[in-house]
Design a protein around this ligand. Sequence first.
Ligand code: 1HE
Length: 257
Amino acid sequence: MTNPDLQLDIRDDVAIVRLTRGAKRNALSDGLILALRNTFETLPSTVRAAVLDGEGPHFCAGLDLSELKERDAGQGMQHSRLWHGALELIQHGPVPVIAALHGAVVGGGLELASACHIRVADRSTFYALPEGSRGIFVGGGGSVRIPKLIGVARMTDMMMTGRVYNAEDGERANFAQYLVDEGTAFDKAFELARRVATNAPLTNYALMHALPRIAEQSADHGFFTEALMSGIVQAAPEAKERVRDFLEGRGAKVSKG
Ligand code: 1HE
């Protein structure tokens, strides 16, 4: 399925997925949501990490409001489930995804960013949830994912009062793990993706699939799941090879950042 509003470019083992609907601030139409789902579902098996970014002055203006027609309750629910399916394939898909943020990261754009594993924001970035003032509610998984980043109290405040966070305050509030100079978010995200791509695939798998689940388990269940995952990951030949490399002086040492 091709969609002119989404571009996929593969550079070695990193996929670059770009929203290319800059004229409409990368507003997410149903077609674009389906294209995102399809892209992450069908990434070539050689890909080990992905960068998600947006063309033009803004990362993403959220839901395409021009498609917000009169829907009955059932259709509204199905629309939300469409988003859930697509964003689930980003969060729990085949590879870690690093979002390169700039300009508006608002509404469904923030929901999309929060489904990624690492967020890099440049200094032009701002975050908002205008759903609150448009008389609607989040529907793309935002109520589940965003409080895990910034907390329920901040999200409630954003939606009730229309509060907008700038890039610096946004970093302090945990929207993004990296804050970089304007115009450099893609480069930083790509550099991180290349680094992430060198990890053992099972380690990345554990980080994407086990860690967030463990965080929601009781301590007792979490310790047990951790032990299972730990056993599986360390048994892989690649883990043995990497540890041997270090012990025999070939592996990189940890150094101060
Ligand atoms: C759009 C959209 C959109 C821009 N749907 N068309 N999201 C929002 O409520 C955010 C709405 N957008 C904005 O506040 C602003 O557009 C921005 C701050 C993002 C960017 O401002 P600016 O001055 O750079 O651009 P612009 O002139 O406002 O927009 C350029 C064009 O994009 C214009 O169309 P044109 O034909 O007049 O050129 C806009 O109409 C169009 N555009 N944003 C449709 N969102 C799963 S539920 C999720 C629920 C939500 O996401 S609700 C929040 C929706």
